[in-house]
Design a protein around this ligand. Structure first.
Ligand SMILES: Cc1cc2nc3c(=O)[nH]c(=O)nc-3n(C[C@H](O)[C@H](O)[C@H](O)COP(=O)(O)OP(=O)(O)OC[C@H]3O[C@@H](n4cnc5c(N)ncnc54)[C@H](O)[C@@H]3O)c2cc1C
Length: 256
């Protein structure tokens, strides 16, 4: 067997393959004795009788009639090509996420080009989710990719539902909308809700009360830059016409 590469993944895989293969040859691009893998992996590979190395070399071509039988190797110092008989080739020469198409967008990438997300698979752009190997994370496996996918799908669905609810009930209604940002654990915001209800907003046909729990509706909360609760917005024709932060009852009476 041939393993191409000399980072942790390549050396770990080469060691693993020795359980099944008679001989594993690692093709290393660097000078003899120099590898990118951590010392521990290097030492394990050197100590394994079934592993040997071809240094200063890269894989130039794979030959075989439907099944691999030859690796054509190139010496990077001399340019010389040699043929190496083998039954299989495992290539571990680094991973590059295919995220070039995002470079001109607001979607934030890390230095290696992986997409940054939070635990809900949200990227830096509202409504854009990322899942699987392409995102920044510690373990890249089928099961973690599938888990990411499930999370992203559920989150994207609830985002779409929340957006639709907001559009229909707040932005596209002909009523004046009183939006109360609150949270069940925040007593002052609960008091404010009670005051609004007492003022009869819900009984007034020209007005509508929409309560936004800041914990469950983070995106709307962020969009309207609400950091302090209670915050009250009065919205007409999709535009905020009044904004009250930490209002007292008399402030509410004046605007409602
Ligand atoms: C050699 C090797 C061995 C592995 N062995 C295992 C293992 O034993 N067990 C395990 O759990 N995992 C293993 N993995 C990891 C596993 O394959 C990945 O974690 C998993 O496939 C990630 O799934 P994904 O959907 O995120 O990405 P992928 O499976 O890579 O799928 C991404 C898809 O997106 C497509 N695509 C790319 N760019 C675009 C674009 N711009 N627009 C539309 N589509 C696009 C691609 O063509 C591809 O079909 C191995 C990986 C490698 C490389």
């Amino acid at each position: 067997m041939v393993v191409v590469g000399n980072g942790n993944s390549a050396i770990e895989e080469a060691i693993y393959l020795t359980k099944f293969a008679r001989r594993v040859t690692i093709i290393v691009i660097h000078e003899e004795g120099k590898m990118d893998a951590e010392k521990l992996f290097q030492e394990r590979a050197y100590a394994n009788d079934k592993i040997d190395f071809i240094w200063n070399s890269t894989l130039e071509e794979v030959k075989g009639d439907g099944i691999v039988d030859t690796a054509v190797l190139k010496n990077v110092k001399t340019g010389e090509l040699t043929e190496f008989n083998c039954d299989g080739i495992f290539i571990f020469v680094g991973r590059v996420p295919s995220t070039d198409f995002l470079e001109e967008t607001e979607v934030e990438l890390n230095e290696q080009g992986y997409i940054k997300t939070n635990e809900e698979m949200e990227t830096s752009v509202q409504g854009v989710y990322a899942a699987g190997d392409v995102r920044e994370k510690p373990v890249r496996q089928v099961i973690t990719a599938a888990g990411d996918g499930a999370t992203a799908a559920v989150m994207a669905q609830s985002y779409l539902e929340a957006e639709e609810h907001w559009r229909e009930n707040v932005l596209q209604t002909d009523k004046q909308v009183v939006v109360a940002f609150w949270n069940p654990t925040h007593s002052k915001s609960l008091d404010t809700l009670q005051t609004i209800e007492k003022l009869g907003v819900e009984q007034d046909d020209s007005k509508k009360l929409v309560k936004i729990d800041t914990y469950r509706n983070r995106l709307i909360t962020e969009r309207y830059s609400v950091s302090d609760i209670p915050t009250i917005l009065v919205i007409e024709n999709g535009e905020v016409i009044e904004r009250l932060e930490q209002p007292e009852s008399q402030d509410l009476e004046k605007i409602l």
